[in-house]
Design a protein around this ligand. Structure first.
Ligand code: 4NP
Length: 173
């Protein structure tokens, strides 16, 4: 009987901790600049905060499928203390079931994601990274692909701030 109770308690702890594993998918267009950076920055910060979360990233396009993150993005992130290890992949329909939230880097990504959603519940999982910005002068994570170094630094600045606020949001769930 004692053993049975111990197993029950262990089971409930396991189920409880399992339920609290939030799964987040960060999404941009190519999945080589912004969303890999979001995945890397958020994962590191969440780990440091002691959160049990799973983070991944994907693109609304498959243009760069199979590629590492853009070299400029990886280097800028590395200089700021983040290792980006993701390999580009497109968003797939099962992502809307697997993940608790799909977080878009800009409005076009947001619209494209909501169009891919098949149910209202799936649509409601789609958020914008800007929802978590402290500085409301910015309303999206700008695409740095065609610009200079400053754009990549800006991506990191915005994602660090948004990740901190996203972690607070998850801790309240
Ligand atoms: P990302 O940036 O959406 O942040 O990964 C881009 C990467 C590639 C292209 C556009 C944006 N592209 O046109 O190939």
């Amino acid at each position: 009987m004692h053993n049975f109770v111990v197993v029950l308690v262990q089971l409930s702890i396991f189920v409880n901790s399992y339920q609290k594993t939030m799964k987040i998918l960060f999404v941009c267009l190519g999945n080589i600049c912004r969303s890999p950076a979001a995945e890397g920055i958020f994962s590191k910060k969440a780990h440091e905060a002691g959160l049990t979360v799973t983070a991944d990233s994907a693109g609304t396009s498959a243009w760069h499928a199979g590629e590492k993150a853009d070299r400029r993005m990886r280097q800028t992130a590395k200089n700021r203390g983040y290792e980006l290890t993701s390999i580009s992949r497109p968003v797939v329909s099962s992502d809307f079931d697997v993940f608790d939230y799909l977080i878009a880097m800009d409005d076009k990504n947001y619209d494209d994601l909501r169009q891919k959603a098949e149910t209202t519940a799936q649509m409601n999982k789609v958020l914008r990274m800007r929802d978590f910005f402290s500085d409301k002068r910015y309303d999206h994570v700008p695409d740095p692909y065609y610009g200079g170094t400053q754009g990549f630094e800006m991506v990191i600045d915005l994602l660090e701030d948004a990740s901190d606020n996203l972690i607070k949001f998850i801790q309240k769930q």
